[in-house]
Design a protein around this ligand. Sequence first.
Ligand SMILES: Cc1cc2nc3c(=O)[nH]c(=O)nc-3n(C[C@H](O)[C@H](O)[C@H](O)COP(=O)(O)OP(=O)(O)OC[C@H]3O[C@@H](n4cnc5c(N)ncnc54)[C@H](O)[C@@H]3O)c2cc1C
Length: 668
Amino acid sequence: VVLDLGSDASAVATTLAATSFDYIVVGGGTAGLAVASRLGAGNTSSNVLVLEAGSDGQGDPRIDVPGFAGAALGTSFDWGFSSTAQENANGRSIYWPRGKVLGGSSAINFLVSTRPNTAEHDVWASLANSSAWSFNSLLPYYRASERGSAPGPNSQAQVPTWAAASHGTTGPIRTSFAPYMAPSFSGFFKALRARGKPVATDLHSGANAGVNYAPSTIDPSAHTRSYSVAYLALAPNVVVVLNAQVTNINWKAGTTGDAVAEGVTVVPTGGGDALTVVARREVILSAGAVQSPQLLELSGVGNPAILNPLGIATVVDLPGVGENLQDHPAIVDVYRLKPGFPSLDQLSNASFMDDALAQYANGQGILTEALFPLAFLRLGDFLNSTERAVVSTLGSAANNPQLDARQFSASTQLYNANVPVMELLSINVYFGDATAEPGQAYVSLAGCLQHSLSRGTIHITSSNPLAPPAIDPKYLQSPLDTYLLAQAGRYLRRTAQQANLAKFVASEKEPGPAVQSLDDWQAWVRSVVRTEYHPLGTCSMQPRQYGGVVGPDLKVHGTANVRVVDVSVVPIHVSSHLQTVACASRAHFLVRHPWRELEALTDDASVHAHRRDRGEGRGAHPGRPVSPVRTLRSLFSPLSRFGVPLHACDDPPLTHTLHLLAFALDAP
Ligand SMILES: Cc1cc2nc3c(=O)[nH]c(=O)nc-3n(C[C@H](O)[C@H](O)[C@H](O)COP(=O)(O)OP(=O)(O)OC[C@H]3O[C@@H](n4cnc5c(N)ncnc54)[C@H](O)[C@@H]3O)c2cc1C
């Protein structure tokens, strides 16, 4: 059920007034549609409402056609944010696209599908004090979201290595490998192999160090983007309202203890008459890393020192909201291709475009392609021992006072665990910082820092909900970030000079021959650093006393029924693109079956004892006894909700079935 508040406010008002919603999901993006659809699936009543500020982009070629990825940036499908002036990046404001459309950023991104490294999830789990967020705990959820297709033949006869066991087979999001591969892509892959980089077996496996071809979120039968709107097919009963911008969470008056949300206020996007909508159970925020913290602050959840001067009364004193912003800062070297080698730049030529469209109609050619070859490099993969010693100095606590003790220790663990710190990728189009020369084809090589030590903020500066918040990623706050990006730029230049890639390259455009010494490279980094579009951490999953905003159950500290389910909860960055990250996939289990998930959520014995006392946990004897028959019956319902036969347990319920059995046997 899809309604539009922008074009038919009265129909929306009538429907909303006539329906009683258990859950209001704020933001119909990557995470929001996954959670809403899983919550709605199998229910006959329409008790899940999604409020999405953007419009519906389904069928728009700028979204659907893989080779047009990037064309939606700067359009009405993009919030088009900018950062504040960046002190360590020559005072520049940096463009920050975010999806403003059904499907959110999964509708406008570059379709790369990867998962984090196992060790990163384990550090995340330890920051959250819960093994529920380790890689192994989440793998079933990752797999449940995916329907992966093994690599087939492509135009460069390159064979990505692929481990079937790492992929899902029944999920809503299709992943596959495009039939077209740019010659420069295979040149980049071979150049890195020739430079001694290992092959990463599968970029979904948790062992991501090395070079490989990444799957893309492409439906291999239609050659179109597969993104989070695909979830809606699981639950046609979910009510989605487009062009609906939530401006506030409304709290129940007169409660003591944790704040209780009773619904939200929503306006047509950009302004208009406000409606209030009631949630009988929960308000679930999935407005993304920029706007989930913004909505909390607008609703009185945050640091009183920020809220009160803006005239916003504090509902929950939670200073971590909007803090701990982490991104993947990026630099891009650009090379001119020799004549005869194709790139997406040539789509500006009408006959090249006509030919590309004709091929695409047959499922072939340059428009079927998304980004392919990626390398995730550990320090030792691109630095010598002298350079690694510099890393220790620049990464010391003394040089990074912005990190609190927990974040410093977690970052150190990651650097010591030998996880990838730098991602390299090649892009088959001009992606530099100046302007492309007419008629010239390019290959751009990006270096993206995966474990930045800088920590930024996103905070409101006005009580006007339609005003964007101040985004301050504090790029290059850590001297280590500048150093590592400079070394990546150098490494990419040497890679472009390796014979396998050099045979396609006519000359270097950016940074150009004037940049030679380390100082030159670092100055250049300051002049060009930008985002890889991967912000997270602004509603961090950590204990409240350490600046956390949500617990491992994704519930906002100090609230009874508000959760955040998007990537803003990830407490420390990961070496991966983010659309896969499994917060949302797990969230619906937390919401729907909190009692099933309790045991997995914490390793802290005192919390178990507390929950037992409240009649919630395993071994508890609540006032209303658990009926083993009822429990066992409900054991099977989640599987049927997914339409998954019991033997095909490519799905989370298997693990949780075991929890549940233990729970049932323990019941009085
Ligand atoms: C240009 C770009 C390229 C990227 N490339 C890749 C890639 O190739 N691979 C990859 O894995 N990741 C990529 N990413 C990152 C990835 O897409 C995002 O990290 C991920 O999709 C974020 O999901 P989310 O659910 O947190 O937020 P989003 O998907 O952004 O969803 C947030 C939703 O909330 C809505 N919203 C916001 N405020 C309100 C409000 N007040 N009321 C109602 N609705 C609201 C928004 O309109 C949006 O639909 C890219 C991102 C961008 C922007």
